[in-house]
Design a protein around this ligand. Structure first.
Ligand code: COA
Length: 277
């Protein structure tokens, strides 16, 4: 017998972890798809009980904006409500703080009462509510043409929707602060597109899992609707069967997505953040 602890995960933990994750949600879990990648980046941790069995899981990562991100928290059903979830997240806060992160963020479903209760106890605050949207390739394409934005063509300071997103943009299942350095990288890679009159712009990123994603949308509703209609003419989407986006609710972007025929997908998610300063 040894003491229960939280330690870096190993390849040998994979099987017992997948066993207790088998029925996390009604349709199973995605941990089997991400385990090896998370293990390889060094941020995967397990909680281990007194018999040495893994009974909890969590992935932590540092983000380019001096924040840290927590995801994939799982506690084995047989030991839930014994404080393991709280212990794992508190460990995540210490891990992030030690590495110089100013905050720890995470996203959870609006319907996850257990997680919302847990992080509320640890001082996490709600940053924004966001909704996934997706659109399959339409049968007919629109005539709208978009242009690739050049360096210096967009002033981030005046980006109103970015302000509504509290400076964050969506990267897969996480939100990052859109720093000038990150934005310059997107511009350089030709991932920022604009309407010809430059009234609306968007960042389009490759996303291996869900199809290309619109990481950010900026502009008024009508201009954004036009931009969304022109997306399918972009070379970056030539092979794509669908495009997805995670966007803050009650914004012009959300209205434009509906107007352009995108459908809500996956339910609503809440972004929470805990300051570590
Ligand atoms: C969410 C989860 C990680 C919580 O783990 P846990 O070890 O059971 O949580 P804890 O025992 O540390 O509980 C801490 C607090 O969270 C809240 N909480 C936990 N489970 C709850 C539940 N079923 N209903 C309501 N509140 C709950 C309570 O406020 C609890 O404090 P209390 O016991 O003093 O009342 C666990 O239920 C789980 O693995 N769920 C499935 C996966 C998941 O939802 N992960 C989060 C994805 S973002």
């Amino acid at each position: 017998m040894h003491r229960s602890t939280i330690r870096p995960a190993t390849a040998a933990d994979r099987e017992p972890v997948l066993e207790f994750c088998a029925h996390t949600w009604d349709d199973g879990d995605y941990i089997d798809e991400v385990y090896d990648g998370w293990l390889a980046d060094g941020g995967l941790f397990v909680g281990e009980d007194e018999t040495g069995q893994p009974i909890a899981l969590m992935h932590l990562m540092l983000m380019p904006d001096s924040g840290a991100w927590l995801e994939g928290l799982r506690v084995a059903p047989k030991v839930r409500r014994h404080g393991w979830g709280r212990r794992m997240v508190a460990f995540g806060m210490r891990w992030a703080h030690k590495r110089g992160a100013h905050s720890l963020s995470l996203m959870t479903s609006q319907s996850n009462r257990a997680m919302i209760g847990l992080i509320g106890q640890l001082g996490f605050e709600l940053v924004l509510a966001a909704q996934w949207y997706r659109q399959n390739r339409p049968a007919t394409s629109s005539q709208t043409e978009l242009i690739i934005a050049g360096p210096g063509s967009i002033d981030l300071e005046s980006a109103q929707l970015l302000k509504a997103h509290r400076g964050r943009y969506a990267r897969g299942w996480s939100f990052w602060k859109l720093t000038p350095e990150l934005f310059a990288g997107h511009l350089q890679r030709g991932e920022v597109v604009q309407t010809i009159d430059r009234q609306a712009w968007a960042i389009i990123c490759p996303n291996d899992v869900d199809g290309p994603e619109i990481a950010h949308l900026e502009g008024a509703e009508g201009d954004l609707t036009l931009l969304l209609q022109g997306l399918w003419n972009l070379p970056a989407l030539a092979q794509a069967k669908r495009v997805v986006t995670l966007t803050a609710v009650d914004t012009a972007a959300e209205q434009a997505l509906s107007a352009a025929g995108f459908e809500p997908w996956e339910g609503m998610f809440l972004l929470y953040e805990r300051s570590l300063r």
